[in-house]
Design a protein around this ligand. Structure first.
Ligand SMILES: C[S@@+](CC[C@H](N)C(=O)[O-])C[C@H]1O[C@@H](n2cnc3c(N)ncnc32)[C@H](O)[C@@H]1O
Length: 400
């Protein structure tokens, strides 16, 4: 078995709370790719156990601060805790969908599990989670209170290349399906909703589960409004709004397949007469519409991450400012802008300052009345700022 010894700085960092150890903070020792190794301080005191990487700049991802070696019952407890949270959140109902593991925040570094009705989609992001994949899947199957008909792997995220891992995609077990229908029951006064997820061809693990609660929050304001849902993917901001009485919904996205699913979803929910989709470059389209007289009661902008790494931050700040300038120009006075950023390299303060500058540019008052994050089944770890990525700003747009 391997063992890793930290430098003094590595020890201080770990004891300061952050669960990632960078290679520069490793003084010596060895481990196999993805091995669960004991971590020692410079004076040999045990500091816990973590998943070792032979390639990433993140040399170790902490699993536990206990000196005791994690065994099967340790991991079973981790999986029980993850599933238990979703149960308490009321997300394990029949035909529902939720994130069962976010990875690091659940103490299962790099291992994401989403549930779409009776199928699981797993996504592994590091050598350690690759090594533990089959074992963790087995524990999830043991703990989940329903029969799982199939497990699909979507380990194709860009972060894998930092670990020298190739994409790994395909059915691990059970019966293969391309699409699956999700049915969310009526809840907290919001009407039931059904939608199709493309497990095989969709973005991420098939769907953007993290926006579930933001969609209902936005829908609270939708009655009688004209809604613009930009970067709509399969349209659930817009469809939720239509279900809550929006007068009309225009969805914009560049992905044709998502747009087709969007129209199917609108039909499924009986709102096709009020929902339109246009396959466009939303950045250009928003600029053109802003220059026309068209105005909306609610504008939703939920673009892909503009800053996927630190080098992209400056450009992303300019991009968010420009996007929000265009979006704000399209909001009728007293209307609402919902603006999201999923770039974890842009923190909340920086994102709000992009919105503030955009408001100044277009001579509007952006009155922020709520700032939220990802849905509750996407917990972040208090001492891992990197796990809090989604910023969702709600503002009323008023005339200066
Ligand atoms: C974060 S996702 C949006 C998720 C969606 N709002 C939801 O609630 O599921 C970003 C979307 O932007 C789309 N996209 C990326 N660049 C675009 C562009 N320039 N114009 C239009 N759509 C774009 C992608 O196809 C993707 O569907």
């Amino acid at each position: 078995m391997g063992r890793i010894q930290l430098t003094g700085q590595g020890r201080r960092r770990l004891q300061g709370g952050h669960p990632w150890i960078y290679v520069d903070d490793i003084a010596g020792g060895e481990g196999e790719p993805g091995e669960l190794v004991p971590i020692a301080a410079p004076d040999d005191r045990p500091l816990g156990w973590g998943l070792f990487s032979t390639k990433s700049k993140i040399g170790i991802r902490l699993v536990t601060r206990s000196a005791k070696q994690p065994n099967r019952s340790f991991w079973l407890e981790r999986v029980r805790a993850a599933v238990g949270l979703r149960k308490e959140l009321g997300l394990l109902h029949d035909a529902g969908a939720c994130r069962l593991s976010t990875g690091d925040a659940e103490g299962m570094p790099g291992f994401v599990v989403d549930r779409y009705a009776d199928r699981l989609v797993v996504q592994s992001g590091c050598q350690g989670s690759d090594r533990m994949r089959d074992f963790l899947v087995e524990l999830f199957l043991e703990v989940l209170p329903f029969e799982v008909a199939g497990v699909y792997e979507r380990s194709d995220s860009a972060t894998r290349k930092h670990e020298d891992l190739k994409p790994s995609v395909g059915w691990l077990s059970g019966s293969a399906v391309e699409q699956i229908e999700i049915k969310e029951p009526e809840r907290f006064g919001f009407p039931r909703l059904s939608y199709e997820v493309s497990l095989v061809g969709g973005h991420k693990t098939g769907h953007y589960l993290d926006q579930r609660e933001n969609r209902t929050e936005v829908a609270r304001f939708a009655d009688g409004k004209k809604v613009l849902d930009a970067f709509s993917y399969d349209g659930l901001f817009g469809i939720r709004a239509a279900l809550c009485g929006a007068q009309s919904v225009l969805c914009l996205d560049q992905a044709q397949a998502a747009g087709e699913r969007l129209l199917g979803n609108a039909e499924r929910n009986g709102v096709l007469d009020r929902v339109r989709f246009e396959k466009v470059n939303a950045m250009h389209d928003l600029r053109d519409r802003a220059n026309s007289d068209e105005r909306f009661g609610i504008v939703v902008v939920d673009p892909p991450a503009f800053a996927r790494n630190k080098r992209e931050v400056e450009g992303a700040i300019r991009g968010y400012r420009e996007l929000n300038r265009r979006a704000m120009s399209l909001v009728e006075p007293g209307g609402m802008l919902f603006s999201a950023s999923c770039s974890f390299n842009i923190d909340r303060k920086t994102f709000v300052s992009c919105i503030a500058k955009a408001a100044l540019d277009v001579k509007r008052r952006a009155k922020i009345f709520s700032i939220r994050g990802a849905a509750a089944d996407h917990p972040s770890l208090a001492n891992l700022p990197e796990s809090e990525y989604l910023k969702a700003v709600y503002c009323r747009i008023e005339v200066e």
